[in-house]
Design a protein. Structure first.
Length: 324
């Protein structure tokens, strides 16, 4: 329930991650191999299109497991594309520059072993970094350049990837391999194929696939009904914030609300991120303009009764009413 409140739709992804979380709770992950193990509490591999809730799920899991979103360590793997970038994670060996600062990953786990570690866009990492992942998944420990060993037995590891979403044509053009017109089963099949192809053939590291195979979750595109849910949640976040910080209540007339919703949910190729960006353009920016113009006093109600485009910029009209 907690996760569903934050991650809309994506029923399969949510269900599967909840079952992995239950295993994590009793520390049963990997217990068939050995009773004394430092293997991470849990491992998830989240794949799928952009802006569909992968990072949102990772944040929800962090909050659920460790009580706050701040127990969350994120590595953007596109910054780890050279051969020596493993030194950024585990630290440089003695005699090398950076030896004294240690590794970002080993430092973070040493400081707080109760963490969710998120490796975003794993396909961008240099294949050498994958050795570090193997070691975490198998042994649950890493030795830093300074010779300190850190343990991952209390950590939850999440990888995300956009593998399978795009492909490069023989002429070198980047095209979409999956699109929002396909049913989920097709999206899922194509993405899984691409992930397998990548680890088995492109980088010849099938052993990675063996470790994460069961934990791969393919997210769906944001579908229109889910888009509406995400939109309503985002809109209410904006209105609640105004009420809390400025004691101003915004009332949207139905026709205004409908235009904002339609515009925000029109293009779903960028998922929830697209909805958020559009909401900003259609509502948040013109609302800021309007409030600045009206300067409503505290405890007033602003009724928004018109929305229109002027010189390609969205505008809102409204009136201020005070509460007696
Ligand atoms: N299923 C969803 N439920 C609720 N909100 C969502 C969902 N999908 C996307 N959003 C909203 O869109 C924003 C972007 O989503 P998120 O960061 O989870 O994308 P992502 O799947 O990690 O994409 P990327 O592959 O680009 O990193 C979030 O801040 C969230 O507000
Ligand atoms: Mg993300």
């Amino acid at each position: 329930k907690f996760i569903k409140r934050r991650v809309k739709g994506q029923d399969l992804a949510v269900r599967k991650s909840v079952s992995i979380l239950k295993r994590a709770f009793f520390n049963l992950s990997g217990s068939q191999y050995s009773r004394v193990s430092n293997r991470p509490k849990g491992v998830l591999f989240l794949a799928g299109p952009t802006g569909v809730g992968k990072t949102e799920l990772a944040k929800a899991i962090t909050e659920l497991l460790f009580g706050s979103e701040t127990s969350y360590i994120r590595f953007d793997m596109s910054e780890f594309s050279h051969e020596h970038s493993d030194q950024r994670l585990i630290g440089a060996p003695p005699g090398y520059v950076g030896y004294d600062v240690g590794g970002e990953l080993t430092n973070a786990i040493k400081q707080n072993p109760f963490s969710v570690v998120l490796f975003d866009e794993i396909e961008k990492a240099h294949p050498k970094i994958l050795d570090i992942f193997l070691q975490i998944l198998d042994d649950g420990r890493l030795t830093s350049g300074r010779g300190e060993t850190v343990y991952f037995s209390e950590a939850f590891i999440i990888f995300t990837s956009n593998l399978g979403i795009y492909e490069i044509t023989p002429e070198g053009r980047k095209i979409q391999r999956v699109n929002p017109d396909m049913p989920y089963t097709e999206v899922s099949k194509r993405v899984m194929e691409a992930i397998e192809d990548y680890f088995k053939f492109k980088i010849s590291r099938p052993e990675i696939l063996n470790r994460i195979g069961e934990n791969i979750i393919v997210f769906d595109f944001i579908r229109p009904d889910v888009a509406t849910e995400i939109f309503e949640k985002m809109l209410s976040n904006v209105l609640i914030k105004l009420k809390e910080s400025h004691k101003i209540t915004i009332n949207l007339e139905d026709k205004v609300r409908n235009v904002i919703r339609e515009e925000s949910c029109k293009d779903l190729t960028m998922g929830g991120r697209g909805i958020g960006n559009k909401l900003e353009e259609v509502f948040i920016n013109p609302l800021s303009e309007l409030l600045f113009e009206l300067m409503p006093p505290k405890n007033s109600v602003v009724i928004i009764n018109d929305i229109f485009k002027e010189n390609n910029v969205w505008k809102l009209k409204g009136t201020v009413h005070s509460i007696k």
